[in-house]
Design a protein around this ligand. Sequence first.
Ligand SMILES: Nc1ncnc2c1ncn2[C@@H]1O[C@H](COP(=O)(O)OP(=O)(O)O)[C@@H](O)[C@H]1O
Ligand SMILES: [Mg+2]
Length: 398
Amino acid sequence: MTGTDEERQGDRVSATDGTTRGGSTTIGVGEDVTQPAPGGELLRPHAEQLYAGELAALVATDTAARPPSWRMSPQAVVTYLLGGTLEDGTVVTPKYVGPRRLVEVAVATLATDRALLLLGVPGTAKTWVSEHLAAAVSGDSTLLVQGTSGTGEEAIRYGWNYARLIAEGPSPAALVPSPVITAMREGRVARIEELTRIPSDVQDALITVLSEKTLPVPELGTEVQAAKGFTVIATANDRDRGVNDLSSALRRRFNTVVLPLPAGEDEEVAIVARRVAELGRALELPPVPAASEEIRRVVQVFRELRSGVTADGRTRLKSPSGTLSTAEAISVVMGGLALAGHFGDGELRAADVAGGILGAVVKDPTADATVWTEYLEAVVREREGWGDFYRACREVSG
Ligand SMILES: Nc1ncnc2c1ncn2[C@@H]1O[C@H](COP(=O)(O)OP(=O)(O)O)[C@@H](O)[C@H]1O
Ligand SMILES: [Mg+2]
């Protein structure tokens, strides 16, 4: 075995065929613009592409019963999400770090006729878990509706190819299916991101789909009936509650799983360190050794400000207006690694993360700036071994 499992998966990211065209950027006649240009590499492969090796090994070693149309058993899906070692020796990397029971409840829900709603504050891996669940259950995480205030009914039901509609009238060939219709026909998982941001009347289009498992197409006098295996995973932010709250009729069609913030500091440091290592490899950043001490400080600062009390429980703090999620800690460290790798001496230092922390903490220029300065002066300044961190933060705070 050469390299770690992750390294071998990283190799699979490449979509290049090895040919390049001397710097030309014009699209050739007959070229398929949906395919990467020669020499192009995917910036962000889908979960089923990135972890194709793990998924294939899980399918191959899986002996438990599979629900209809599922690629693997519910147990295997849980192993894919939480990680483990398979009988054939394949190491499955953990994708989600959190309570096992919670993942089991989510996966079991998908095997029933109820849809799954992942709820939580921003940055608790709702989107991430939804993508990996869809990849493991259906082998396809791309049947996705991104919910916004502008999401229309056609995103959930269907639209029309107007050229054909005008030329031929309504026909199955003129109908443009939504990802939900495709998932229904193929018995796969459809994903709906930020469900509560979708206007309520558009959300209601889902009620028939989830309760009757059919979608009427009155223009053609017909309907689409869902194949076995069809289900929906939706995500919604706690913070958005009230924007377009779910109607009780729709809420009843979902089992809700609330994704928590990481329980302890060690757990959160581990999540950040793992993701940062994966992202750094994918972005081919210069490797930065022994970043863990700085990661721990970023995580500690985030946790203290989030919870409103210092880690030793002695000092009460004011919390800033932003969420300071794990996802934000990951991007602060990523930004720091890019600085350290390209402009620094190759080691992650306080000066590389200070600017990112300031940007994450100070969302509101007056109130948050006061909270941050108080924290710096009352807590960070006095903390042993944090002198470099204090100075770096003072410098960027101006
Ligand atoms: N408990 C966790 N386990 C693994 N990764 C996590 C966890 N919490 C956050 N992350 C990371 O945070 C990032 C952002 O998560 P995301 O799914 O976009 O959050 P949300 O959709 O809840 O706002 C992902 O890269 C994910 O890896
Ligand atoms: Mg999300």
